[in-house]
Design a protein around this ligand. Sequence first.
Ligand code: C2E
Ligand code: MG
Ligand code: MG
Ligand code: MG
Length: 287
Amino acid sequence: NAEAALKNAKASGNRYMFYQASMNESVAVRLTLENQLRLALENDEFVLHYQPKVSLATGQMTGAEALIRWNRPQVGLVPPGQFIPVLEETGLIHHVGRWALQQAIADYLRWKRAGLPVQPIAVNVSSLQLRSPGFIAEIQQLVGIDPAAASGLQLEITESMVMQDIRQGISTLQAIREMGVTVALDDFGTGFSSLSYLSKLPLNMLKIDRSFINDMSDTPEGMSLVSSMITLAHTLKLKVVAEGVETEEQARFLRLLRCDEMQGYLYSKPVPGDVFESRFLAQPVGG
Ligand code: C2E
Ligand code: MG
Ligand code: MG
Ligand code: MG
């Protein structure tokens, strides 16, 4: 009947308005975030923090990973997990990714020219960057500014990036390695790469994902898994790094398993460039 129909329409109408209002709100929040990210590059609001990697055998620093943060006005430091996806969806990742590469190379060269014992710096690249047609030329141009730049740069890629187009991925990585830049496979173990394909990738290093290091001490299986990954890396003639090492016990196990390097809070959290310089690069007095 008419009255019931009207009641229904009203109810669904109200519901519709309700959904629309909340949708508009999230769209508005998203647009603001997007616009602020757009401006962030112009306003120099991105910063790189550096986290050292150390040799498990000698305790010496072997390099560092550059990790981006957004110093958002009125908010503070925003971790990459909260804005990298938006950068990727909007295409801004190409600009911000380029900025990160440029900044890491500039910091490396500045430390190098100051005579500080700086080791290669690893920069994470998004699959969108790796697959963009101009990427090889971009790296070429960025490292072309100084003969020392290429050997000071490492790219961190993930398995899924190369899996999307294996042939193209391999040839891009090959071109990059010919420049003297090294390549690490990040978050190893979380992707789905087959062993045959892993052996074809032009890599220098495997980084065992933090989740495996975390589970390592809990069960014998967890330990075996990490052990197998280290053996696999060495069979492929790759250096292997354990990510997310937080305890002395983990470090001790990794040393027994002949893992090459570790990175994690046990040694240091990621720190701003000036802190990295004074804490890890400054020459010890008299040394
Ligand atoms: P990732 O490359 O796997 O980086 C390692 C992450 O683990 C970092 O998180 C680091 O702060 C964290 N971590 C290191 N040691 C420990 C530890 O002992 N315990 C724990 N719980 N965490 C540890 P962060 O800085 O939040 O970065 C997250 C991800 O964002 C990175 O994962 C990387 O995929 C991405 N990312 C960071 N910087 C960039 C960038 O410049 N460009 C792109 N495309 N992605 C980036
Ligand atoms: Mg990484
Ligand atoms: Mg990782
Ligand atoms: Mg990751």
